[in-house]
Write a protein that binds this ligand. Structure first.
Ligand SMILES: NC(=O)C1=CN([C@@H]2O[C@H](COP(=O)(O)OP(=O)(O)OC[C@H]3O[C@@H](n4cnc5c(N)ncnc54)[C@H](O)[C@@H]3O)[C@@H](O)[C@H]2O)C=CC1
Ligand SMILES: O=C([O-])CC(=O)C(=O)O
Length: 273
């Protein structure tokens, strides 16, 4: 005899921008095992108007109001808000799907809090690719991981690193390498642009051993990430060319990755690590 179906996971979304809005729509259309219960937004009146169009409208609230209502939060807000969104969930033994992965590096205590309280921080593959192969290779020995990111100028303007190093990219006519270093350094200098590099490093050999180049390319329309891995199990390289969403810094595939991740949480068939 089959067991009674478990109650759906109550999902809250923190941040109703390019990612949050798409994820809210998908949850409203139906992701088996998940139920959207609330959204935290900066502009609650505007968010309320969008949420009222859902088949099952949910309230627009403040971040602090989410934890009692939900079992899982999808963090898709500005990176600076990461700790206040994630901490109450993991300290209550709940889950947090984190998009602002770069900010995890300056808040590693959140990972410790999840460990202590039985919570879980889930970093979806997001705007990058192949984190399944990278984490499999990390079970053996990875010798090197290199990432080369190329972005259109409008996907990079405003990054603090550019102002700090007096780099002007608005008028460039040729591709320009604007950064060479590690994801840990990039997370500080490009907090809204390089979550992908941090996610890659967390799947593989960490934010200090992964090497990263960032190029601004005036001829590009897509955020392009190339990854090269040398390991004792395999060598592989892969490239993704992301079509920007309404937010030029964020690839369209990012929200789809979150939706796929939520679907996997309770799918009867789960493919990929
Ligand atoms: N891991 C990955 O592969 C990727 C991560 N990201 C990151 O994901 C996050 C979300 O990205 P997008 O949706 O494109 O950003 P977005 O800027 O379009 O949306 C962020 C939303 O958060 C809202 N917000 C600001 N303050 C708030 C507050 N106090 N309470 C609630 N909401 C607040 C803003 O009003 C905005 O609607 C960003 O940190 C971005 O850097 C983006 C792309 C890829
Ligand atoms: O890493 C990020 O935050 C965004 C990014 O590169 C992309 O969407 O391609």
């Amino acid at each position: 005899m089959s067991q009674a179906r478990p109650r759906p996971l109550r999902v809250a979304i923190a941040g109703l921008g390019a990612v949050g809005q798409r994820v809210a729509e998908a949850l409203d259309a139906g992701i088996p095992g998940c139920e959207l219960v609330a959204v935290a937004a900066r502009d609650k009146a505007k968010a309320g108007r969008m949420l009222a169009t859902l088949r099952q409208p949910v309230p627009a609230l403040d971040i602090a109001e989410l934890p009692p209502l939900a079992d899982l939060v999808v963090e898709c807000a500005p990176a600076a808000l990461l700790p206040q969104i994630v901490r109450p969930f993991v300290e209550a033994g709940k889950k947090a799907v984190v998009l602002s992965a770069g900010a995890l590096l300056s808040h590693e205590d959140l990972i410790e809090a999840a460990r202590r309280h039985g919570g879980q921080i889930i970093v979806p593959t997001g705007a990058v690719l192949g984190l399944d192969a990278v984490s499999a290779a990390a079970e053996g020995e990875i010798h090197a991981v290199r990432m080369i990111t190329r972005k259109p100028v409008r996907g990079l303007v405003g990054a603090p690193y550019l102002a700090e190093h007096d780099i002007r990219i608005e008028d460039i006519r040729e591709p320009l390498r604007i950064f060479q270093g590690t994801p840990r350094e990039a997370a500080v200098g490009f907090p809204a642009n390089l979550n992908v590099a941090v996610a890659l490093s967390l799947a593989g050999i960490g934010p200090d051993r992964t090497s990263l180049e960032i190029w601004a390319d005036p001829a590009l329309t897509r955020n392009t990430h190339r990854i090269e891995v040398e390991a004792d199990s395999a060598s592989f390289s892969m490239t993704i060319e992301n079509i920007p969403s309404e937010n030029p810094k964020t690839g369209r595939i990012t929200a789809l990755s979150v939706i796929a991740c939520l679907r996997k949480l309770s799918a009867p068939l789960r493919v990929g690590t």
